[in-house]
Ligand binder design. Structure first.
Ligand code: PEP
Length: 248
């Protein structure tokens, strides 16, 4: 039986004061959620959030992680630094990173490995653009994005990882994948992993992301291969996010 996981991605939003209030608001409402819950906050808020969330059930994550261990890489944040700030998770390969900052499949795979080298669970974000879906390339894109990590880290590394399927056309657009559309790709991802290692596939937490909200979360989370969600916009409001967390 896979445990559900709901992760908020705050992106580049808020102030230190609003981040504290949001984190405490979410943490205070978690006793009635059966899922594991985390928030991926902007880097500079992590030290303070680490302090105030210490004795709560809300875990902390980063929105990215460097693809190198340390050294002359101005502006990057290493796995060691994130681990010291109490990060349990790090997103790797979010579509905004791939689209706006050029994160390639190879660099995403390197980030995945860096996270694991310091005990941080990478949340590997994968998914197709609208154009790719319309050209029937969805599964080919998923294959490439998964295979780049398998090539570098090996299939065994997925035992300590999470996958988030996020169709790019659904992220921040208000256009959610239908329950069946999402389930179809989640099933495909699990079968792809199963072709390499059945037990890893069976235990893999595969989250859905893309305009998930309180009113559509229940249907998505009820699908057999959807194990929770990666939530952007709706994670910026404690009540909405908690409603989603309670929908698993
Ligand atoms: C995301 O950024 O990962 C995301 C799913 O965003 P939204 O929920 O706003 O579509």
């Amino acid at each position: 039986m896979r445990k559900s996981l709901v992760v908020g991605n705050w992106k580049m939003n808020g102030t230190l004061a609003s981040a504290e209030a949001l984190a405490l608001g979410v943490a205070a409402g978690l006793s009635s959620s059966s899922a594991d819950v985390a928030v991926c906050a902007p880097y500079v808020f992590l030290p303070r959030l680490h302090e105030i969330l210490k004795d709560t059930k809300l875990a902390l994550g980063a929105q990215n992680i460097a693809d190198k261990e340390s050294g002359a890489f101005t502006g990057e944040i290493s796995a060691t630094m994130l681990s010291e700030m109490g990060c349990k998770y790090a997103l790797v390969g979010h579509s905004e990173r791939r689209t706006y900052y050029g994160d390639s499949n190879a660099s995403v795979a390197a980030r995945f490995c860096q996270a694991q080298s310091k005990g941080i669970v990478p949340i590997l974000c994968i998914g197709e653009t609208l154009e790719q879906r319309e050209q029937d390339q969805t599964f080919a894109v998923i294959d490439e994005q998964l295979q780049a990590v398998i090539d570098l880290a090996g299939i065994a590394a997925f035992a300590g990882a999470v996958i988030a399927y996020e169709p790019v056309w659904a992220i921040g657009t208000g256009r959610t994948a239908t329950d069946d559309q999402a389930q179809e790709v989640h099933y495909y991802i699990r079968q792809y992993l199963a072709s390499k290692d059945q037990s890893i596939a069976d235990n893999m937490q595969i989250l859905y992301g893309g305009s998930a909200k309180p009113d559509n979360a229940k249907g998505l989370f009820a699908m057999p291969d959807i194990d929770g969600g990666l939530i952007g916009g709706a994670s910026l409001d404690a009540d909405s996010f908690l409603q989603i967390c309670r929908s698993v």
